[in-house]
Design a protein around this ligand. Structure first.
Ligand SMILES: Nc1ncnc2c1ncn2[C@@H]1O[C@H](COP(=O)(O)OP(=O)(O)OP(=O)(O)O)[C@@H](O)[C@H]1O
Length: 253
């Protein structure tokens, strides 16, 4: 039986007086790969940040591995939205990945050559070895995303939070990223991903969490990825495209 690695209870969050999440409750089992979907402004990024205490909660509880974030921090990896990062920070790709090892290296200690090697291998895995010494500001968006993934990989966390890792990447990078996430899952890691493209949900994720201010539906993809739940989450019209188009469901913009 799989174990619960993340438990969220009645979580609420706001920006000033504007409540954007309320009564959010769900549990995530180990070894699952979950897509978090919902329309723009549904609170997906805020949910990730609030769970990780990067944004304050108004109320509610979040436990990691039946314990607290504080105690379990080293087992948790977070890949923020690319747009939320200061890419002008003067550092190269290898350093960014090496920073992912600071849980092991310890702040202020110099990374050993073994650590550098590990970081380099992660870059290699993401097809970015040739860019190891390139300033991060001089990488394309997709390349920056790959560097971030490499950083998450060296961290060897057990639970990963990834905020739109596929945003603005080309098809090859999307495949590389999804392959990496599948590999993480296959070795028992748990991964939560904010995802936008409804057409690929059934291919990519074994679980899906529909979010719009609160949890609309959550469970195994084959059980909850239904036309009804999509309509409830996205509102308005949805269009039936036929079985040949992925799951055949698509919200009309
Ligand atoms: N820093 C902020 N200050 C004020 N309001 C914010 C801030 N960040 C987000 N919001 C608001 O909170 C709500 C949820 O935003 P959030 O970014 O979590 O949504 P999302 O589901 O990740 O959206 P998207 O799919 O567009 O990335 C939105 O209404 C947004 O305008």
């Amino acid at each position: 039986m799989s174990d619960i690695v993340l438990k969220v209870g009645n979580l609420a969050a706001a920006y000033r007086k504007n409540t954007v999440l309320e009564n959010v409750s769900f549990e995530i089992n180990s070894g699952s790969l979950t897509g978090i979907v919902g329309p723009n402004g549904a609170g997906k990024s805020t949910l990730m940040k609030t769970m990780l205490n990067l944004h304050p909660s108004l109320q509610g509880t979040v436990s990691f591995f039946h314990s607290s974030l504080e105690k379990m921090k080293k087992r948790i990896g977070y890949v923020p939205q690319r747009g939320s990062v200061d890419w002008d920070f003067p550092t190269d790709a290898l350093d960014v990945v090496t920073m992912g090892l600071y849980g092991q290296v310890g702040w202020f200690k110099r990374a050993s050559s073994a650590h550098k090697r590990k970081a380099y291998e992660a870059l290699e895995k993401m097809g970015m070895a040739d860019y190891a010494n390139r300033q991060i500001s001089q990488l394309s968006g997709g390349q920056q995303q790959r560097v971030f993934l490499a950083r998450a990989l060296v961290q060897e966390a057990d639970l990963y939070f990834m905020d739109e890792p596929l945003a603005g990447v080309d098809a090859a990078t999307e495949r590389a990223i999804m392959k990496t996430l599948q590999e993480l899952k296959s070795i028992g890691k748990t991964v939560l991903v904010v995802h936008h493209d409804l057409q690929t949900v059934t291919d990519y994720y074994d679980h899906v969490l529909f979010l719009n201010r609160t949890v609309i539906a959550h469970g195994k993809t084959k059980e909850v990825f239904t036309r009804n739940n999509i309509a409830k989450t996205y509102g308005g019209d949805i269009r039936w495209l036929g079985e040949e188009n992925g799951y055949g469901l698509y919200p009309v913009k």
